[in-house]
Design a protein around this ligand. Sequence first.
Ligand code: MSP
Length: 521
Amino acid sequence: MSKRFYLTTAIDYVNGEPHLGHAYEKIIADVIVRVHRSLGQQTFFLTGLDEHGQKVQQAAAAEGKTPRQYCDGLAIVWKSFVQKLGLLTDDFVRTTEPRHQQVVQAILSKLNQQGQFYQKEYEGFYSAKAETFLTEKDRNPDGAFDREYGEVVRLKEQNYYFKLQAHQPWLIEHIEQNPSFVQPETRRKEVLGFLKHDQLEDLCITRPVARLNWGIPFPLDDSYVTYVWFDALVNYITVPAAHGDPLVLQALGASADSNSQISLWPADIHVVGKDILKFHAVYWPIMLKAMGLPLPKQILAHGWWQKDGQKMSKSTGNVVDPVTVINEWGVDAFRFYVLRELDIAADGNWTDAGFRDRYNAELADGLGNLVNRSLSMLKRYRNGFVTAQSNALAPEAERAVKEIRALLEQNRLQASLVTIWSLITRANQYVDQTAPFKLAKDPAKAKLLDDALYNLVEVCRILAVLLWPFLPGTASKIYAQLGLTEAPDKLAAAQWGGLKAGHSIGTPSALFPKKDGKDKN
Ligand code: MSP
């Protein structure tokens, strides 16, 4: 049983509908999963919902629903969102599922037996929005807590705590010795800086039922529920356990069913936003180490989106609704904009004008135009039959494939798209330089026309293979228009010379119809 490439996203709070930020994270993750599939690996892609906690309890109450009714309703919306984005997911976890609750409780019991927990009374400021106690360090220079924490109240509570301090030295060493453990580099430095300069406070892992009952019952004391972050992080091993991962089952003290085993753990990449890095790069590794499980190979933290230079917020109305954009422009146009606009490390700013400009310039005039005119000319001048192999663009295509392979190994998605588009630009120039429409008028230039047509359709084929992880629907359409019945889902196919003389292509049609400037987006 070989281990699959296992990738996760954060699980989203189910206290509203999905927005651009959630979509972005899932798309990055999907591209990376597809890259690994394209390289021939078996993959497993997990996403899901974080359903417990005060925020959800409050949101449900505001709608006059029980938390369960509220979550069940929204789970339908979020699951259909996964379809809308065209994600290649293998499972969808909800933290209210019994399979998850069982794993959380088993871990809590195990860590308790090891003496990792203790009880104490704590008095401090609590933010329900962040589901956490705040400290003096969380205050702004003016003394107030940031608006991002929402309402902050003073609380005095008896709770259970997880001892973290003893773990600090090995974690620092691990991050120092494994540079790819936290990426990008700026985020790695951030985590190291924090671990080296601050003493880790023990983690409060319970909430009293009297204040919050929407949570996983704490197995050691029924007057508590489990802290939502301890609950949520565990999702990453709930699913391996549910699929019979022997490593995880062994750590949980459960026996493996030999018929249904998939090896997933350790996760290859946890894709998360920069705001939840500490939970993933500090608390989660410590929890795993205490459980006796190996650490994930990488935590990849992406930046945040704003809209028109401002934080997206429902109250001011400046949110980007991915579903509206996708319905109007298509999912690949949406995927392209978010992937091309931002490097994973950076923060981004969505503007409707920027979206429209990229659509028209890069998708319609760049890729769409190249594919449409290349295939249309082959139809018109050679009845749609592929001409004899010619290699004028082969060196440039091969160079691009090599460069993109190297970039993809480092998850440099934006840079890969830049390289793909330089090949598109080069091929469009090649049309202008060779001018097949002029060659077609002179029978003495038939060989030159054959050569030009071969180079163009073959570049289109290679582009489809390179584009598949990013724009899967478009890549499949290009293959179909080329009359190819297989999927463009193997990077090995990006080798020059795949189209054979005499092959008959399908019907060309516009990939990205040009839109005028009057559209809303
Ligand atoms: N439930 C926790 C995660 C638990 S993971 C064990 C959570 N949920 S969230 O819904 O608030 O955020 C989910 C993901 O979306 C996070 O990785 C977060 O960084 C990301 N984003 C939320 N808003 C975002 C933007 N505006 N831009 C980019 N990503 C953003 O945190």
